[in-house]
Design a protein around this ligand. Structure first.
Ligand code: FMN
Length: 313
């Protein structure tokens, strides 16, 4: 870091959660434990969201599970994980030793599942928050709680009563209008929204007349979805006042600035970790300089300072 950047404060507040900086890593793109430790100083991250866990172990979807697309990738991993008991015993303790905030991502098949998982995880000393993955597009027969305001309200409300730590509700962009769902999550007691999970997409091998993914469709991520993520944040902020964690297509400090100015209080970097494993370190290095360019002394004062166009909806 250069000298001019030393005075810049990167600390951010998301309701009850205080993070050392706004650069987190997104669930599913950084392993379950410390797989990335060879590339990244994990202690410098603003936060780490490990791969979503479920109550029982899941083998995930049939391969192929990933395919590269222009400016992005499709995945249909299908929540492959060892289940909550294994996570609590073997994986979470290693993450908590790192000293960077850990936000545990959980997904249930029904409301009771979510309640049980969130309450179990939140009883572990040191967990910063629970992220409810109510938006995974790749799980066969899974109910997508974030496509319906009432379902979203139900699950967040029930989890709120059972969970001892702040709740971040991760929403899907695969809806006509994200605003009623964002509003329902806030009304139900979510402490923050994570926007966005992947966008439903598909790739086709026309010679074989087959979809490229084993499940047919999958979730699109990477730079291709950045405009969709920004628009989701912009729209959601018309109806909510809780903090937003922005995710989708971030590959640089400039991207992070776009999210912060639009109104995200923090961001998560996902797909970019695959093709530039040190991307979060690069971003952290460059962010203070960009904040200074806007004459600010800290991240917090820039959040949501977007000048909305006159008469914009
Ligand atoms: C291979 C892969 C696996 C993912 N697994 C999860 C997951 O387990 N839980 C979750 O909430 N999101 C998962 N996501 C979505 C990311 O956390 C993120 O919301 C999305 O990829 C958009 O960010 P990006 O464009 O920076 O990747 C996954 C994404 C990818 C590419």
């Amino acid at each position: 870091m250069n000298q001019a950047s030393e005075a810049v404060s990167l600390e951010v507040e998301l309701g009850p959660v205080r993070l050392p900086n706004p650069v987190l890593v997104a669930s599913g793109t950084f392993g379950h434990e410390t797989e990335m430790a060879g590339w990244v100083d994990l202690t410098l991250l603003g936060g780490l969201v490990p791969k979503t866990i479920t109550r029982r172990p899941r083998r995930g979807n049939p391969p192929p599970r990933t395919v590269e697309t222009p400016c992005g990738m499709l995945n249909s991993i299908g929540l492959d994980n060892e289940g909550v008991d294994y996570f609590l015993q073997h994986q979470l303790p290693k993450l908590l030793e790192l000293g960077c905030p850990v936000i545990v991502s959980v997904a249930g098949e029904d409301v009771e599942d979510f309640v049980e998982l969130a309450s179990q995880v939140s009883r572990v000393q040191g967990v910063t928050a629970v992220e409810l993955n109510i938006s995974c597009p790749n799980v066969a027969h899974g109910v997508d709680f974030a496509t319906d305001p009432q379902l979203c309200y139900q699950v967040v409300h029930r989890v709120r009563q059972a969970c001892r730590v702040p709740i971040w509700a991760k929403l899907t962009p695969n809806v006509t209008d994200i605003r009623p769902i964002a509003e329902a999550a806030q009304r139900a007691g979510a402490d923050a929204l994570t926007l966005i999970n992947t966008c439903v997409g598909m790739a086709v091998n026309w010679r074989q007349r087959r979809p490229m993914l084993g499940t047919g469709t999958g979730g699109l991520s990477g730079p291709a979805i950045k405009p969709i993520a920004l628009a989701a944040i912009y729209r959601a902020l018309e109806v909510v006042s809780i903090p937003i964690v922005g995710v989708g297509g971030i590959t640089s400090a400039e991207d992070v600035m776009e999210f912060l100015i639009t109104g995200a209080s923090a961001v998560q970097v996902g797909t970019a970790n695959f093709f530039r494993p040190r991307v979060t370190m690069e971003i952290l290095d460059q962010l203070p300089g960009l904040i200074r360019q806007l004459g600010a002394q800290g991240v917090q004062e820039l959040i949501g300072t977007l000048r909305r166009p006159e008469g914009s909806a």
